[in-house]
Design a protein around this ligand. Structure first.
Ligand SMILES: C[S@@+](CC[C@H](N)C(=O)[O-])C[C@H]1O[C@@H](n2cnc3c(N)ncnc32)[C@H](O)[C@@H]1O
Length: 190
């Protein structure tokens, strides 16, 4: 579901400022346990690029976002990086990947959009491809700063992903408060 917050220069600058002390370093450590170094990885919703920089140390990573403002920022900060405009729902690309990673991106999708996105992820993954995605934990949805935010439970995520992915783990972790987030790691079903 579309919102303007990530699309204007002013709000993107605000998000980058507010998120400057957070990173997905711990999540990426978990990814490194299942996806070999140098694999071809797609990051969805790279935003400020903090996780992209960490991923870039271990993987052949392509960053992406559906916001032109974030893409301009990513390209100017990382002139040697590879970034493409991609929407998490449609993911219009001819490329295939060994892994797909996102940190607090897919919660902006409605339940039906997430179902479409998960199917599309399985289509653009190579055999035995790995996914690693984080979500806000909870029930229901709300509009925050004009953006749609969908909360997820472990049971709900299993229901959505199990058709296309063997779920390796769904773990609680703390972003701001204890167990406010979930990290799902899965492997493409063959
Ligand atoms: C909460 S930020 C997270 C950014 C980054 N992953 C991080 O951890 O700081 C959400 C990001 O997802 C992007 N985004 C939101 N909806 C998207 C969609 N449908 N397709 C691709 N990117 C999307 C936004 O533009 C923004 O960069």
């Amino acid at each position: 579901m579309e919102g303007k917050y990530y699309k204007t220069k002013k709000s993107v600058e605000e998000y980058i400022r507010l998120a400057k002390d957070t990173s997905g370093e711990e999540l990426i450590e978990k990814l490194k346990g299942v996806l070999p170094a140098d694999s071809k990885l797609l990051e969805i919703g790279s935003g400020p690029g903090t996780d992209w920089k960490i991923l870039n140390k271990s993987y052949n990573v392509k960053g992406s976002d559906n916001s032109t403002e974030f893409l301009n920022h990513l390209k100017s900060e990382n002139p040697h990086g590879e970034f493409v405009e991609l929407d998490a729902i449609t993911m219009k690309t001819d490329e295939t990947f060994d892994g797909i990673y996102s940190n607090k991106v897919l919660h902006h999708l409605t339940d039906n959009e997430l179902i479409d996105a998960v199917k599309r992820q399985s289509e653009i993954l190579n055999s035995h491809g790995i996914i690693c995605h984080s979500f806000w934990k909870g029930e229901g949805s709300e509009i925050f700063k004009g953006l749609f935010v969908n909360y997820h439970t472990e049971v709900g995520l299993r229901e959505v992903f199990r058709k296309y992915f063997e779920i390796r783990s769904i773990e609680n972790y703390k972003e701001f408060e204890i167990d406010d987030s979930l990290l799902l790691i899965g492997k493409k079903k063959e």
